[in-house]
Design a protein around this ligand. Sequence first.
Ligand SMILES: *Cc1c(COP(=O)(O)O)cnc(C)c1O
Length: 364
Amino acid sequence: MIDLRRQYETVRGDVDAAIRGLLESQQWILGRPVEDLERALAALAGVPHGVGCASGSDALYLALRAVGVGPGDEVVTSPFSFFATAGAVWRLGAKPVFADIDARTFNLDPGRAAAAITPRTRAILPVHLYGRVADVDAIGAAAARAGDIAVVEDAAQAIGAETVSRRKAGGLGVAAAFSFFPTKNLGGYGDGGLVTTGDAEVAARLRRLRVHGERERYRHVEVGVNARLDAVQAAVLLAKLPRLAGWNERRRALAARYGRLLAGTPLVLPEVADGHIFHQYTVRVPGGARDRLREHLAAAGVATAVYYPVPLHLQECFRYLGWRPGDLPEAERAAAECLSLPIFPEMRDDEQEAVAEAIGRFRA
Ligand SMILES: *Cc1c(COP(=O)(O)O)cnc(C)c1O
């Protein structure tokens, strides 16, 4: 699916130098590289504040907490996402309320999100799945109509993504969570995450919460956690950051090329919408043939992945919420039909052609 080693070969000089710099300084906790990365990624999202966190999962938890989500609250979110989206809500003692997705974009459907709002709703958490920004304008309008509801973006898969009107992921709600998991579009060499926000008070609270709720040394105004971004990760990410735009551009070019190579097949292809950065290139395989196509491709030496095979409302750990199969049909259909094909900036054209040829040889 992805060859991280190839990317390392292209950044080795800068990354090795950055890590050597830290070895010399012995400044492992917060400090210069974390602050520089926070500033750079805030600028990328078009907001004043960035707060580095230990992972994307912690970034989600801290962002929701910093905007006021707590025990007993409800958070409306997508059932078709990585587990961390709903896990963060649960960790706050709040209730994830799943609203179905839009079949075309795989993202939270604004109308269904609006219909899921209750007097207990404290936040809406859209996910920019596969690198395509969710319809945050319509979601934000529904939140505003309903009153005091914060929109928090799960932008883990969308670093550098934009809306079709060219507004940047990470600056569309009150706060946004990014992940630097190694396979993300900007990947570290370990775990890492970051929250962007335009709200100075939210930023100050995030900085407190990630160091045990400390306002000044050994003065704790609330109970927080240890969830700082590692300085080594920040140094690696800063060294890689200048290449992010080019990598995202290459992903878009590969996606457009898949569109041409797979045009005659029965697969339902994703739209190459403006601003989509194709963290994944995910097709639908209709007619119940997904798993057979997957096996056929594996036999041909083509790796694929299913993101995600079980929607969140049907996860065993959320059984207490009372959802049944059939309750969110679009998310369930997506889980049964979706297939992610290899896409990464260093993928060669001939490798992509081999994927398309192997798909062309499949007979359902
Ligand atoms: C990767 C991811 C996360 C979590 O990020 P980690 O850094 O792995 O904790 C959250 N949400 C989505 C949609 C993701 O893809």
